[in-house]
Design a protein around this ligand. Structure first.
Ligand code: FAD
Ligand code: FES
Length: 254
């Protein structure tokens, strides 16, 4: 589907936000789903790039991505008014009705959790939002996550007002004193190291933890088999594009 860029903004040096007109994506997208974006006009780069949906509003949806290579650089060079070819929404999203949601984002992993938190806010589901970044520059993300009332943030470089260290340690400190009702779910997206640290956090034992995974993707809809992630308790692979990208942390080998 060809969709027009309505708004574009850089956040710091490496993050780019695009608001894209696409009523059919807006009307059907769920938190945790993603789109496959054709970043070049010809065959180069050939493969579409997977990006999470951050927000839907009116007739537009928002992408926020880090410029890490050729594809994301090409996308960041598109201008307002240009059309891009987008496939989606794709994949399986998050479970939507916990008694309390504990959201844990690492860096750009904020994207799908921001959408989830917006839905929780609209539907009256209580939640707390943890955002962790490695570098001070990434605190620009607080321009968005900071709009929620219960936000805790950490930075691995010292930064006034936040927790100095990683976000899983910050979550650990919160859990030692918080009361966690039955029906609480944890939702996480971020670097693999963060997800592994969550798995090892004793205080989370017994709570379901849903994680949104990033993997290399060829097609985005179950055909090319390039997005396998090993199953945890049985032989074989899940396919991140169609079985996920959201999985229970206990289902996947990281
Ligand atoms: C379901 C899903 C949702 C995603 N949502 C977002 C998002 O909201 N914002 C965002 O910034 N990024 C997101 N990503 C990651 C994003 O797809 C990659 O960063 C992007 O495809 C890199 O393309 P590139 O051509 O710029 O980089 P390349 O030149 O292809 O590679 C540059 C670096 O990025 C790594 N990389 C490449 N593709 C991926 C990938 N699919 N996942 C993770 N790392 C990759 C490579 O290993 C390499 O280290 C998501 C990935 C998935 C699977
Ligand atoms: S990306 Fe092709 S099967 Fe998952």
């Amino acid at each position: 589907m060809r969709s027009r860029i309505r708004h574009k903004k850089f956040l710091g040096e490496t993050l780019c936000l695009l608001e894209i007109e696409a009523p059919s994506i807006v009307s059907s997208a769920c938190p945790g789903q993603f789109v496959m974006v054709k970043v070049g006009e010809d065959l180069d780069p050939f493969l579409r790039r997977p990006l999470g949906i951050m927000e839907v509003s009116g007739d537009t949806f928002t992408l926020l991505f880090e410029v890490v290579g050729r594809g994301t650089r090409a996308l960041s060079q598109k201008n307002v008014g240009e059309e891009i070819d987008i496939l989606g929404p794709l994949g399986r999203g998050f479970t939507l009705s916990p008694s309390l949601g504990i959201l844990v984002a690492g860096g750009r992993g904020m994207v799908p959790l921001y959408f989830l938190a917006s839905v929780f806010q609209k539907t009256g589901v209580p939640f707390v939002f943890f955002l962790g970044v490695k570098r001070r520059e990434e605190l620009v993300l607080l321009e968005y996550a900071g709009k929620f009332s219960s936000v805790f943030w950490s930075c691995e470089e010292s930064a006034p007002g936040g927790f100095c260290g990683d976000v899983v340690r910050l979550l650990g400190e919160y859990l030692t004193s918080a009361s966690v009702p039955t029906g609480t779910r944890v939702y996480a997206c971020g670097p693999e190291g963060m997800l592994r640290a969550l798995r090892n956090l004793e205080l989370l034992r017994g709570l379901p933890v849903e994680v949104s995974l990033e993997s290399l993707m060829g097609c985005g809809f179950g055909v090319c088999l390039s997005c396998g992630v090993e199953k945890e308790n049985e032989l074989g692979y899940h396919h991140v594009c169609k079985d996920g990208p959201v999985f229970l942390l206990s289902e996947v080998k990281l």
